[in-house]
Design a protein around this ligand. Structure first.
Ligand SMILES: C[S@@+](CC[C@H](N)C(=O)[O-])C[C@H]1O[C@@H](n2cnc3c(N)ncnc32)[C@H](O)[C@@H]1O
Length: 379
């Protein structure tokens, strides 16, 4: 059994896992999801995931009762026994164990064992976990849930440095038009189900955040945008990827074209995009009425996207896009206006595996325009 530690937007991370592994989790609580998948299968796919900072193998599922310390100790001992480097860190969630005593006992029973006691937080940051794993050490998490304690041994951690490079170092960045976070772009591609044999179309390519993530996964991308200067910036970002050595080649086509005039490309196997989200706003709308008015201005563009996508995609292929949600001020504080979408149920359906999930929102602190990720499958 594999335990995935879900990212900052757990519903989205879960949706990504379900579609990538084509199954539902066995159990899920807060930021953890347990899946019945082989470790080898996960290790092949882990690099591709955007929403999972780390995963591990469940090495023991114990009853949560008095005296759990000794059982945990046995499990840890058994796991470290076969390891060359007996250095470990341990996170505890809802399990009450005296870490110092615990380590002392383990040390008595297993020679050479070292607890990296500098890391005392309940959950180590991925950077700390990565640091320990890189040195050949190990990370364990004991998590209490529903009268059980799951002991998890971390297998892999997301490469934080890679994500900060693609997000922050690309040459063309325009904060004014709002850039999609790179990890969200990656998740959207995974939600589309497009593989290296297919081709993604981003009809609002902007500065190529989605196209770059496609290229990193080896997926050919067509990017169009009505603004000529966006296309120039998109091109710069794509060639930077190759120059930086993040990909050996990026198969892509970028040219200016508005969605209304888009010519059909029959090689496309999925559409992944973030349309215009409205004029940049730095403060919440002062009323729901004004938030609704903003949606009225841009909602036609979303209608056009649905129409063109419906003509371009074939049965089973997906359209994944961002729809804005707007913060507005109400009597009792701030609220969100989540605009309705009129996607014809004759043309589109929600993928079976996602039907029980609610709105997939990506909202960061201080955002006044948030993002809802819509995933539609062509009927
Ligand atoms: C929110 S931005 C996309 C940003 C992009 N996801 C990124 O991270 O760089 C929306 C883009 O839609 C383009 N756009 C607006 N109306 C359009 C239309 N009718 N057809 C094609 N592109 C359009 C704008 O030029 C802008 O680049």
């Amino acid at each position: 059994m594999i335990a995935f530690f879900l990212g900052s937007h757990p519903e989205l991370s879960l949706a990504e896992l379900r579609l990538v592994f084509n199954k539902k989790e066995l159990k899920r609580w807060l930021g953890i999801a347990l899946f019945d998948i082989e470790k080898e299968e996960v290790s092949k796919q882990f690099f591709a995931l955007g929403g999972t900072p780390r995963y591990g193998t469940v090495i023991a599922e114990l009853d949560d009762k008095n005296g759990i310390e000794s059982e945990l100790l046995e499990q840890l001992k058994a796991s470290l026994l076969s390891e060359k480097r007996k250095e470990y860190i341990l996170s505890l969630f809802g399990v009450h164990v005296n870490k110092r005593q615990f380590h002392h006992d383990l040390k008595l029973q297993l020679s050479g064992v070292k607890y990296d006691g500098k890391f005392e937080e309940a959950q180590h940051s991925p950077a700390v976990s990565a640091h320990v794993l890189k040195r050949g050490g190990h990370e364990f998490s004991a998590i209490a849930h529903d009268k059980k304690v799951y002991l998890i041994k971390t297998e892999q951690v997301q490469d934080a440095q890679f994500w900060s490079i693609v997000d922050a170092e690309r040459p063309s960045r325009d904060m004014k038009i709002g850039m999609l976070p790179a990890k969200l772009a990656r998740m959207m591609i995974n939600l589309s189900g497009v593989t290296v044999e297919g081709k993604i179309w981003d009809p609002f390519v902007g500065q190529a955040t989605i196209a770059m993530q496609g290229a990193i996964l080896g997926i050919p991308v067509l990017g169009t945008d009505k603004a000529r200067d966006s296309i120039e910036k998109a091109k710069q970002n794509m060639s930077w990827l190759v120059k930086k050595g993040l990909v050996s080649q990026a198969k892509h086509w970028l040219y200016p074209e508005s969605i209304e005039k888009a010519k059909p490309d029959y090689d496309i196997t999925g559409i992944v995009t973030e349309p215009f989200l409205g004029k940049p706003h730095f403060k919440p709308f002062s009323s729901e009425f004004l938030a609704k008015k903003e949606w009225q201005i841009i909602n036609r563009l979303y209608g056009t996207l649905l129409q063109i996508a419906s003509r371009s995609l074939r049965k089973g292929q997906r359209l994944v896009f961002v729809k804005p949600v707007f913060a507005f001020l109400a009597n009792n504080g701030g609220r969100w206006y989540n605009p309705p979408l009129s996607a014809s149920s004759e043309a589109w359906k929600v993928p079976e595996l996602l039907k029980d999930l609610g709105s997939l929102l990506w909202v960061q602190r201080d955002n006044v325009v948030g993002r809802e990720i819509i995933i539609l499958e062509k009927r």
